[in-house]
Write a protein that binds this ligand. Sequence first.
Ligand code: INI
Length: 154
Amino acid sequence: MKTLKRKHSRKDYKIAIILSLFNEFIGQKLLQGALNCLKENSIDDENIDLVKVPGAFEIPVTAEKLASLNKYDAIICLGAVIRGETPHFDYVANAASSGILQVSLKHTLPVIFGVLTTNTIEQAVERAGGKDGNKGWDAALAALEMADVMKKIK
Ligand code: INI
């Protein structure tokens, strides 16, 4: 068995972040977590592009456009879809998750699902720098790890 282990420098990784502004107070915390993670992993600020969109529903088309530029090693999608009284939650959450997956597979590019889907605002707060950690940080780490994986399999 051969485990692919080639070591690549992350110094020149180019990362795009898409931030949904719906439930922005949560999104900003996820963004801060993601940026902290990228900084801790020596990603240069100049190599990070941030695109803000109105809601999670608009993430996939934005990811598609960014992926088409062929310049990023990973795209991190951040946002919060919080369940309300209507089925809107399911439409938005499903569209965001399946749309992100489609872009990722189409471009063979890590497009990371850092979108919280929770029943309550409290659950979202707990996952955005609260007692359950910061899923923005986790999403950024997944982006770097998957960018490494993509380079190893070349
Ligand atoms: N967008 C979100 O990112 N989170 C939500 O919780 C949400 N809710 O609950 O409605 C939401 N809706 C907006 C949606 O993403 C689109 O921006 C809108 O439908 C316009 O296309």
